[in-house]
Design a binder for this molecule. Structure first.
Ligand code: SF4
Ligand code: SF4
Length: 191
């Protein structure tokens, strides 16, 4: 848990942002939060988060976009829905987390070497380029962009898996990958 966050000034906020989010599915009741903290108390992962779910909801509705999008919290959320089930205001907190993840990836605002968003980004890139994810290349790209030193501890196991045919170095590609790319394109990319 990070207790070292600095106090934010209102002038750093983007007040229009939460009003845009409110239009998105799952975020409609964002402004109904009464800050009761039930979500944080229920969340099994809140002790590992830099901001608890209650604080994330508060940051979002106050327009602190940078803090919310660059937080580790949204990536630690395991989508268990416990917070949403217990919220007295019927706020779909899990959906808000999903929406924040999407925006963080889109604007590359996630914590740069934090493995979860790096994995999500690299997986998407591999599938978009080749239509398939390959374990070897995915792990290699994840390690190179998060913590290359972890590769040292994997070398022996990696060789053994390759020798026994359980890990392939081949990077496979599906036919018609262009069609898949069209399907995956955002409305903006498709224009
Ligand atoms: S449980 Fe719901 S109302 Fe209570 S703090 Fe969390 S989001 Fe807000
Ligand atoms: S959905 Fe995410 S934020 Fe909500 S309780 Fe589960 S892990 Fe915590």
């Amino acid at each position: 848990m990070d207790f070292g966050r600095t106090m934010k000034y209102q002038r750093e906020a983007e007040p229009d942002w939460p009003h845009q989010l409110k239009q998105l599915p799952g975020c409609e009741r964002l402004f109904s939060c009464i800050q009761c903290g039930k979500c944080s108390g229920t969340c099994p992962l809140s002790i590992y988060m830099d901001y608890t779910p209650r604080r994330i909801i508060n940051l979002v509705r106050e327009g602190f976009r940078n803090e919310a999008l660059s937080s580790k919290t949204i990536w630690l959320c395991a989508s268990c829905y416990a917070c949403a089930v217990h919220c007295p205001q019927d706020i779909h907190i899990t959906d808000v987390m999903y929406m924040l993840k999407r925006e963080a990836i889109q604007h590359q605002m996630y914590p740069k070497r934090f493995p979860i968003p790096v994995l999500a980004r690299e997986f998407y890139d591999l599938v978009r380029k080749r239509g398939r994810s390959s374990e070897f290349w995915l792990v290699l790209r994840l390690a190179m962009k998060s913590n290359p030193l972890i590769l040292l501890g994997m070398v022996r196991t990696g060789f053994w898996l390759i020798r026994t045919g359980r890990l392939s170095l081949r990077s496979e590609r599906i036919r018609g990958v262009h069609q898949l790319r069209r399907e995956l394109a955002t409305p903006k990319e498709a224009q």
